[in-house]
Write a protein that binds this ligand. Structure first.
Ligand code: GTP
Ligand code: MG
Ligand code: ZN
Ligand code: ZN
Length: 384
């Protein structure tokens, strides 16, 4: 694929732009034209406005490999995004970019899930599947380390995510580079960005969030089973739920309506992108499952079709949902979504009793929904 042939998609802010619209940054150490860079400070999560190398804006319709700095007159070749001013990967335009949205109410487990998913891919599943996953670029590495990596590296519980209105970082995806070795020995590289915002943003009519919906390729739809009355009764839970069952039953429609209100879909159409509906915190439910349940043992991803391997999981979770909530919920999924499957996993393996004590996470089934999404998008064809 010729890198200048199509529009580029910034992995750090989702902006789509023509290659000739990319800006440049002067990196000459002696340049006196450094500037306070507000867009870059926002995307990198800095509270202070950072002073950065001069931003150089090319003229119209010119394909440039570099620009001379108007301050120090040195040639600048570092390409940056015209919206967020992040350094663009050298191979932008040659590597496909995907975005996944973590959709779920406040406290449904999105942040712990993402931390556990990426770590599980890096430590367990990736090596077995010949897949490597690493944060894309320095700002992503810093954000990963600051917000997520501490769950496994320092055994610390993670904080609730601030709303995108309060914390600008919530507006931006966290991008990773996935490198997959395919069956024929060829290597496939893709960038995958995850949107992990506060669950409060989904119900707040946040304009910020809606921008995403145009660029999202797949959805990890996370549901806390403790929102379901039958499950709460089964577990004898006394504390108030993070979401009522009535709200939960409306949640798929809330997701669909976001596409409709953004005019991505007509009300009569089904959501076209793949949706992996995943029950989180399944460790709470494990003691109540029958001993042969596929949810109690990991899927072995070796040989053959991933979607087929996950079929038994989807069937199991679908029947659990039908028995816990009634057929209405799965019927809504069927009528509003074109491609979806059900999953159930645990990011931690057990509840956090005391957030100030070390959390020894022991995830199970966290990778299933992502691998399914990747296979639906033909990124992951089959496993070795
Ligand atoms: N038992 C159990 N609890 C979990 C698991 N994952 C998360 N939790 C708990 O669920 C609570 C919310 O988790 P978060 O990951 O912060 O949820 P979130 O969806 O990111 O929430 P917001 O950012 O506020 O929207 C925390 O108290 C976690 O301890 C799990 O796998 N098992
Ligand atoms: Mg969160
Ligand atoms: Zn300069
Ligand atoms: Zn950008």
């Amino acid at each position: 694929m010729f890198p200048f042939a199509k529009k580029w998609l910034c992995p750090f802010c989702c902006e789509s732009f023509a290659p000739h619209e990319a800006y440049f940054r002067c990196t000459f150490s002696g340049c006196l034209g450094r500037i306070p860079d507000t867009p870059y400070s926002r995307v990198s999560g800095s509270k202070d406005v950072l002073r950065m190398g001069r931003v150089l804006i090319p003229g119209k319709k010119r394909m440039l490999s570099g620009m001379y700095c108007d301050s120090c007159k040195q040639l600048a070749t570092l390409r940056i995004c015209p919206r967020c001013h992040s350094e663009l990967p050298q191979d932008i335009g040659q590597v496909d970019q995907y975005f996944f949205l973590l959709f779920g109410s406040k406290g449904s487990g999105k942040t712990h899930y993402l931390a556990s998913l990426i770590t599980q891919l890096q430590r367990e599943v990736g090596p077995r599947m010949k897949m490597t996953v690493r944060p894309l670029g320095e700002p992503a590495r810093l954000r990963w380390n600051k917000t997520y990596a501490s769950l496994f590296e320092q055994q610390k519980a993670l904080a609730a995510t601030k709303s995108a209105e309060t914390d600008p970082l919530g507006q931006y995806p966290l991008s990773f580079r996935f490198t997959l070795e395919q069956r024929n020995g060829a290597k496939k590289t893709v960038n995958v960005g995850f949107f992990d915002t506060s669950g409060a943003d989904f119900t707040s009519d946040s304009a910020v969030l809606k921008r995403y919906m145009h660029q999202v390729h797949g959805i990890l739809f996370l549901i806390d089973p403790c929102s379901i009355t039958t499950v709460r009764d089964m577990l004898g839970q006394q504390s108030s739920p993070t979401m009522t069952q009535a709200a939960l039953e409306e949640y798929p429609l809330l997701l669909k309506d976001t596409f409709v209100s953004e005019r991505i879909l007509r009300p009569s159409e089904k959501v076209k992108i793949p949706v992996a509906l995943t029950l989180t915190k399944m460790d709470l439910v494990w003691p109540h499952l029958y001993s042969g349940s596929p949810l109690l043992r990991p899927v072995t991803y070796s040989g053959g079709d991933i979607a087929k391997r996950l079929q038994s999981i989807s069937t199991e979770v679908s029947s659990l949902l039908a028995s816990w909530i009634g057929p209405q919920f799965t019927q809504t999924m069927r009528s509003e979504f074109h491609t979806y499957a059900y999953f159930g996993g645990s990011a931690l393996g057990k509840p956090v009793e005391d957030p100030y004590k070390p959390v020894i996470a022991n995830p199970l089934h966290v990778e299933d929904p992502l691998l399914w999404l990747l296979s639906q998008l033909h990124i992951l064809k089959d496993t070795k």
